[in-house]
Design a protein around this ligand. Structure first.
Ligand SMILES: [Zn+2]
Length: 88
């Protein structure tokens, strides 16, 4: 996730990016009419971004390669059993 993701001022309803918000502004209204608490809005956007990244990571995960060795151990082991955690 981009560390500069504008989560506090990206409308979680319509996706519009608001003007830069002073730190003392706790709530802002999007041109679309949605009123956002900046913390709640940020949480929604971060959650959405996190889910998107997770989904992409699953789809983009390369298949387990067998080019490291030319030996025949690949037939004996279950690739799933030795790779329980996805590499992020
Ligand atoms: Zn909006």
């Amino acid at each position: 996730m981009d560390r500069w993701f504008p989560s506090t001022r990206l409308c979680s309803a319509c996706g519009a990016l608001a003007q830069k918000l002073p730190l003392d502004v706790r709530q802002w209204t999007c041109p679309c009419g949605a009123v956002h608490d900046r913390d709640v809005n940020a949480a929604r956007n971060i959650l959405a971004a996190g889910l998107a990244v997770t989904a992409c990571g699953d789809d983009a995960r390369p298949q387990r390669g067998t080019t490291r060795t030319g030996q025949s151990s690949a037939k004996q082991e279950n690739p799933r059993a030795t790779k329980g955690l996805p590499v992020l």
